[in-house]
Design a protein around this ligand. Structure first.
Ligand SMILES: Nc1nc2c(ncn2[C@@H]2O[C@H](COP(=O)(O)OP(=O)(O)OP(=O)(O)O)[C@@H](O)[C@H]2O)c(=O)[nH]1
Ligand SMILES: [Mg+2]
Length: 684
C-alpha cells in the first residue's frame, strides 16, 4: 500500500540533506527531457568517528596519577596536550589578548624566560596530512615577524601577526599549531606554560593520557592498553553482489539461441566467531576494517558469477556486540566455536536470461549487484570467569591467584600493579576446575570511573561468585571492606547480591593478626563468616578456594534450575534483521514536496534498492523502471498530489523531469505504449 504524506516542510528538509543543491540538480529543460541519472552511491556515515589510538603508549604507563588528578580540571589545565596522540580535539580557551606592550616586546625579542600561558591549540594532525593540506597556514605565518623559542625541548618558530603569535610544533610525526594570545599571570609555576630555558612548556607528558574536553574525568588514569583490551570499534561490510550481464547464445545450428546472460554472484558474508585462544580485543587496535569480497559478475552461456569471499571476524569468548553508539545488544558470544552471521552479502544482479518471458523473448536488460550492507560495531569483552577476586589495591589478590593456580600474575608492593585482569584455572581434580579472575584494585569512587574501577567492574558481572580479599595490614580493614562493598553496590546493585566470601589476608603480619578478632566479630555480627589466610605463606588459601567452589556449585545449580537446558542458539538474527530491513516492499514509499524548487521526493527503501540495482546501460532498464513506477502507484500518487509539467521527481539517486505526454503521464518522456505491453518479472 502506498502511503502518501502531504507534509511539505520539515520532512522535505531532511531528505534534501542528502541531495545536491537544487540549482545543480535541476536539468535544463528541453522539448525531450530525459531522466538524469546519478549513480554515486551514498556512503554510510558512522555515528561517531572511531577513536584513533596511538601505539606504544601503554608501555610507558607505570602507575596512576594521584587521586587529586581526577578532579575536574580548571581552565588552565586545558593547555595540556600530549603530542603523540594522533587525534586531539580542538581545545578552546577563553582568553584575552596580550596585556601589555612590554610583554609583546619580550616575545619578539625571544625572551624565553617569560611566561606565555595562553595557547589555543586549534588543530593537531599527522605530519603528512599537515604537509599536504595546510599550506595556507604557513603562508599566513610567513607574513609575520619571526621569533623562535623552545617548547617541550622542541624548537618552535613563532610568527607575530596582528598581536597574535602563531607557531608550529612537530613531534613524533605529529604537528600542532599554536596560538599564543596572552599571558597567564595566575600560572606561577612557569614551567608548563612559559618559554622557560628549554624546559617543557606548552606540552608535557602527563603519564600517557590525553586531555579531551568533556572526557577529562573518565579517560584520565586509564592507560591505552586498558581501554583497548576489552573494548573495540570495528567496521564491517558485506560484499557487493556481482552484476548480471546481457548476452545471447550464438552457436552453429542454433539460430536465435536466445538470451544467455548469467547472474552475478552473491557478495561475501560477514561472520563473527569466538576464538577460544583469544583473551582480549587488543588485535582490533591494529585492524579495524573488515570487508567481505564482492561477487563476480555473470558471464555469457548462462554462467553465474562466483560468490564473494566471506570474512570471519574472530573475537574472544565473552564478547558482547552492539551497533556503534546504540545500547541494544546484537550478539553475545560466550563459547569458543560460536559463530553468528552479522551481515549477509548483497544479492547478485540478474542476467538477461532471467528476464526472458513469453512476451519479452529478447530482453536487453540486466541488473547491477546489490550493494552489501555495512555497519560500525562496538565490541565489549566481559570476562567469562567463574569466580572473581576483588578487593582494594595491594590487598594480595594477585598473590592469592598465584598460589591457587598456575597463573603467574605480576606481584608488587604498590597499588595498581594489576592493570588487566589475570585468569587462572584452579584444578581440584581431573574434571573439577574453575576459572578465577584476579581483577585490578578497587578505589573509592570506582563506580564513577576513578582508578581502574569502571574498566573492570563490568567483568565481575559475569562471575558467579566473588572472593573479597581484605588487606589485614591496612589501618582500618573494616572501613576498607565497607568501601569496596559500597562501590560494588553503587556500580550495579546486582553485584552486591552475588554470593561472596571474605578472605582476610596477610595474617603472617603481627599488625593484621591483631586486628583480626575485631574484624571477624564485626562481620559475624552481620552474619558473614570471614576466612583468614596468608597468601604469601599459602596458609588458609585452600579453605578459601574450596569455599568459593562450593558457592559456585550452588549458584550453577540454581542457574540450571532457572534457565533449564540451553537450546542451540540461532546467532543469525542480526543478518535476518538486516535482510528484513533491506527487502522492504517496493510499494511502501512516501512522497514529499518542496514547493520552492518544485521538487518531489519519492522515499522508500524498496524503491531505492531498485534504483541502485538498475543498470542504466541497457536499453530496457528505463522502460522497466517506468513500468515499476506505474505498477507500484508512484505515478498515480504524484498526479493525485498535483504534480505539474516540468516538475523534478527524485527517486533514490535518480532524478527526472515530469512530462505530460499524450499516451500517459510519467516522470520522463518515454513512450508508454511499448512499456505497458511488456510484462516484467516481479521485483524481489
Ligand atoms: N606479608 C604478606 N604480604 C602479602 C601477602 N599477600 C600479598 N602480600 C604482599 O602484598 C603486596 C601486594 O600484593 P599483590 O598480590 O600484588 O596485591 P594486589 O591486590 O594484586 O594489588 P594490585 O594488583 O595492585 O591491586 C605484595 O608485596 C605481596 O608480596 C601476605 O599474605 N602476607
Ligand atoms: Mg594485582
Amino acid at each position: 500500500m502506498a502511503s502518501i504524506s502531504t507534509s511539505f516542510f520539515s520532512p522535505c528538509a531532511v531528505v534534501r540533506q542528502n541531495l545536491r543543491e537544487p540549482s545543480k540538480r535541476k536539468p535544463p529543460r528541453n522539448p525531450n527531457p530525459k531522466p538524469k541519472l546519478k549513480t554515486q552511491s551514498r556512503r554510510y556515515k558512522s555515528p561517531s568517528e572511531p577513536v584513533a589510538l596511538s601505539a606504544g603508549e601503554a608501555t610507558t604507563y607505570t602507575r596512576l596519577p594521584p587521586k587529586e588528578d581526577f578532579s575536574v580540571p580548571s581552565l588552565s589545565l586545558s593547555y595540556e596536550v600530549k603530542l603523540s596522540e594522533s587525534v586531539i580535539k580542538k581545545v578552546e580557551n577563553e582568553f584575552e589578548g596580550l596585556n601589555s606592550e612590554e610583554e609583546e616586546e619580550s616575545v619578539k625579542n625571544g625572551d624565553l624566560g617569560y611566561k606565555y600561558g595562553k595557547f589555543e591549540i586549534f588543530e593537531v594532525n599527522s605530519e603528512s596530512e599537515y604537509d599536504e593540506g595546510d599550506d595556507d597556514f604557513e603562508e599566513e605565518e610567513a607574513e609575520g615577524e619571526e621569533i623562535s623559542g623552545f617548547m617541550g625541548g622542541k624548537r618552535v618558530n613563532m610568527y607575530e601577526k596582528d598581536g597574535t603569535y602563531k607557531g608550529i610544533v612537530k613531534e613524533h610525526g605529529v604537528s600542532a599549531k599554536l596560538y599564543v594570545v596572552g599571558d597567564d599571570d595566575d600560572d606561577d609555576d612557569g614551567k608548563k606554560f612559559g618559554f622557560d630555558s628549554g624546559e617543557s612548556v606548552g606540552f608535557y607528558d602527563n603519564g600517557g593520557e590525553s586531555f579531551e574536553e568533556g572526557d577529562a574525568i573518565k579517560e584520565k588514569g586509564v592507560p591505552a592498553v586498558m581501554r583497548c583490551f576489552d573494548r573495540a570499534k570495528i567496521y564491517v561490510k558485506a560484499g557487493d553482489g556481482g552484476n548480471g550481464v546481457v548476452a545471447f547464445r550464438r552457436e552453429k545450428y542454433v539460430p536465435m539461441g536466445g538470451p544467455s546472460g548469467g547472474d552475478g554472484g552473491r557478495g561475501g558474508n560477514v561472520y563473527i566467531e569466538v576464538d577460544g585462544s583469544m583473551n582480549s580485543l587488543l588485535p582490533f587496535r591494529n585492524s579495524v576494517h573488515f570487508r567481505a569480497g564482492r561477487g563476480s559478475h555473470g558471464q555469457g552461456r548462462m554462467q553465474s558469477g562466483a560468490k564473494g569471499e566471506d570474512v570471519v571476524v574472530k573475537v574472544a569468548p565473552g564478547t558482547v556486540i552492539r551497533e556503534a553508539g546504540k545500547e541494544e545488544v546484537l550478539l553475545e558470544l560466550l563459547y569458543p566455536g560460536q559463530r553468528g552471521l552479522v551481515l549477509p552479502g548483497g544479492r547478485g544482479g540478474r542476467g538477461n536470461a532471467s528476464f526472458k518471458s513469453g512476451t519479452n523473448k529478447v530482453p536487453r536488460i540486466a541488473e547491477n549487484g546489490e550493494v552489501g550492507p555495512e555497519m560500525w560495531l562496538d565490541l565489549e569483552l566481559k570476562l567469562v570467569a567463574d569466580v572473581g577476586i576483588i578487593g582494594a589495591p595491594n590487598a594480595g589478590k594477585s598473590t592469592l591467584l598465584s598460589v591457587i593456580s598456575a597463573a603467574q600474575p605480576r606481584i608488587e608492593n604498590y597499588p595498581f600493579t594489576t592493570l588487566l585482569p589475570n585468569l587462572g584455572v584452579v584444578s581440584f581434580d581431573y574434571d573439577t576446575t574453575m576459572v578465577v579472575a584476579d581483577l585490578p584494585g578497587l578505589l573509592e569512587g570506582a563506580h564513577r570511573g576513578f582508578g581502574l574501577g569502571h574498566e573492570f567492574l563490568r567483568h565481575t558481572e559475569r562471575c558467579s561468585a566473588l572472593v573479597h580479599v581484605v588487606d589485614g595490614s591496612s589501618t582500618q580493614p573494616e572501613l576498607e571492606f565497607d568501601a569496596v562493598r559500597l562501590e560494588l553496590e553503587l556500580f550495579n546493585p546486582e553485584l552486591a547480591v552475588k554470593p561472596y566470601i571474605v578472605a582476610y589476608n596477610k595474617m603472617d603480619l603481627p599488625d593484621a593478626c591483631e586486628k583480626w578478632p575485631s574484624f571477624k566479630e564485626m562481620l559475624q555480627a552481620r552474619g558473614i563468616q570471614p576466612f583468614c589466610m596468608s597468601a604469601v605463606k599459602k596458609e588458609g588459601t585452600h579453605e578459601v578456594i574450596c569455599s568459593a567452589y562450593e558457592l559456585l556449585q550452588k549458584s550453577r545449580g540454581e542457574k540450571m534450575d532457572f534457565e533449564g537446558p540451553k537450546d542451540l542458539e540461532n546467532l543469525n538474527h542480526v543478518a535476518d534483521l538486516v535482510h528484513k530491513q533491506r527487502s522492504a516492499s517496493i510499494n511502501e514509499f512516501e512522497i514529499f514536496h518542496d514547493s520552492s524548487t518544485n521538487t518531489w521526493h519519492v522515499v522508500g527503501s524498496g524503491l531505492q534498492r531498485f534504483v541502485q540495482m538498475t543498470n542504466w546501460r541497457y536499453v530496457d532498464s528505463e522502460r522497466r523502471f517506468q513500468h515499476v513506477l506505474e505498477a507500484c502507484g508512484v505515478n498515480k500518487s504524484l498526479i493525485n498530489l498535483g504534480v505539474k509539467e516540468g516538475d523534478t521527481v527524485i527517486v533514490g539517486e535518480m532524478e527526472m523531469v515530469w512530462h505530460e505526454s499524450t499516451q500517459g503521464s510519467g516522470p520522463s518522456n518515454v513512450k508508454s505504449g511499448s512499456a505497458t505491453s511488456i510484462k516484467w518479472p516481479q521485483w524481489k
